[in-house]
Design a protein around this ligand. Structure first.
Ligand SMILES: NC(=O)c1ccc[n+]([C@@H]2O[C@H](COP(=O)([O-])OP(=O)(O)OC[C@H]3O[C@@H](n4cnc5c(N)ncnc54)[C@H](O)[C@@H]3O)[C@@H](O)[C@H]2O)c1
Length: 362
């Protein structure tokens, strides 16, 4: 029996709707996989919770997330729920949870599924890469510590450590070993994305990357500047397999990646540490479309698939690994059929319609 406790955080905006959609799929999955059990427990946290209680991330929710086998989060934050200093309350929860779970590596798949239109006229042999975002350091290490001097100067500081960079880079190489290489020719490659021509911290990031690369002679390693990569991802997206980078660069480039494969509704993500992991779509709470049952639930459903893959790897559990593949195949099957798509993909299906179609395909 494979039994896992999952802390579910529906959050704000479209969060509760896409959580319901993911639960439709997960419940069907459990029903059709004898021996697999998922204990899904919902907790309140986020901007709406802050508005009601003055607390974004209650300590008992952190405790529950740490105790769970995995955390599934939908989306948090509302642009009008802010601290007195002008920032949103959302990062308090996101960064707080990441730090509590110590999740250093954030893989964000960028994959173009058959039946989904890319805005690029030419995608070559296809788009199937993973952006690995270092998740705790970089510019985000400064969160809670930036300074404003008088009303004239503001600073935030980038922090890069050998230990943190090594973890993210090792994760990227291990991931490349499990993948099929870049679409163009199947070559397994990890690309370090940095700004090592200008900043010492990025020259250091690159040095650590190539140190780690020596332990993976079977995987190609190369390095490019982040500005150039922004261009190349658009010009030749089939040339990339796994890319690893500093936190803020990963935050930005993964949105660009999502834009290449149908939008943020197509962009799942994971945040992986040595002992814990959190899974959530790359997108936010999309408040302008909330409450209408029109959000695309695919990023959330595929994040749940990534969760089962991680649980399967971690617990050496073929049932969970197989369940992950089943979800992705079901999503891909519905997309390829073309008769059930949400509005962002040019269709008229509701969030629930799509989830039901995936459940039926399972
Ligand atoms: N980790 C997180 O939970 C997270 C990440 C990013 C932003 N946010 C928060 O979300 C709120 C809104 O931010 P934003 O508007 O910049 O980003 P967003 O990702 O919520 O939305 C950007 C655009 O993508 C669309 N979109 C996003 N998800 C979609 C989906 N599943 N289906 C269809 N369309 C979708 C939105 O309608 C919008 O046009 C803010 O409060 C922000 O802080 C949270």
């Amino acid at each position: 029996m494979s039994s896992y406790s999952i802390a579910v955080l529906p959050g704000d905006g479209i969060g509760p709707e896409i959580t319901d959609a993911a639960e439709i799929v997960l419940k069907r999955l459990v029903a059709s996989n004898q021996g697999l059990a998922l204990d899904l427990t919902r907790y309140e946290a986020g901007a709406s919770h802050y508005r009601a209680t003055g607390v974004t991330l209650p300590p008992d929710v952190v405790t529950a997330c740490v105790a769970a086998d995995a955390v599934l989060l939908a989306a948090i934050g509302l642009p009008d729920v802010r601290n007195p200093n002008g920032t949103e309350v959302q990062p308090e929860m996101m960064v707080g949870l990441r730090r509590a779970l110590d999740v250093q590596s954030a893989p964000r798949p960028v994959k173009l599924y058959p039946g989904v239109r890319s805005p690029l006229a030419d995608v070559g042999a296809g788009i199937d890469m993973v952006i690995v975002r270092e998740n705790l350091e970089g510019l985000f290490a400064s969160f809670g510590g930036g300074a404003v001097v008088g009303d004239q100067v503001a600073t935030d500081t980038i922090v890069i450590t050998r230990a943190g960079t090594e973890k993210a880079c090792r994760y990227a190489f291990e991931l490349a070993r499990r993948r099929n290489g870049r679409p163009r020719d199947g070559r397994r490659r990890v690309t370090c994305v940095d700004k090592a021509n200008v900043f010492r911290c990025f020259a250091f990031f690159r040095e650590v990357f190539f140190d780690v690369a020596k332990q993976y002679p079977d995987i190609e390693a190369d390095a490019l500047y982040v500005d150039a990569v922004s261009l190349y991802l658009v010009q030749e997206p089939d040339a990339y397999d796994v890319l690893v980078m500093e936190n803020q660069f990963g935050d930005i480039l993964s949105d660009l990646g999502a834009g290449l494969v149908g939008g943020l509704g197509m962009a799942p993500s994971a945040e992986i540490g040595d002992h814990h992991a959190l899974f959530q779509p790359s997108h936010g709470s999309a408040p302008t479309i909330a409450g209408q049952n029109i959000a695309n639930p695919i990023a959330m459903i595929l994040s749940a698939a990534m969760m089962l893959d991680w649980l399967g790897e971690r617990h050496d559990d073929p049932l969970a690994l197989g369940a992950s593949k089943q979800i992705e195949a079901a999503v891909a099957g519905v997309l390829a059929r073309g008769d059930c798509r949400t509005r962002d993909l040019g269709g008229a299906a509701s969030t629930t319609d799509f989830a039901e179609a995936v459940a039926a395909a399972l």
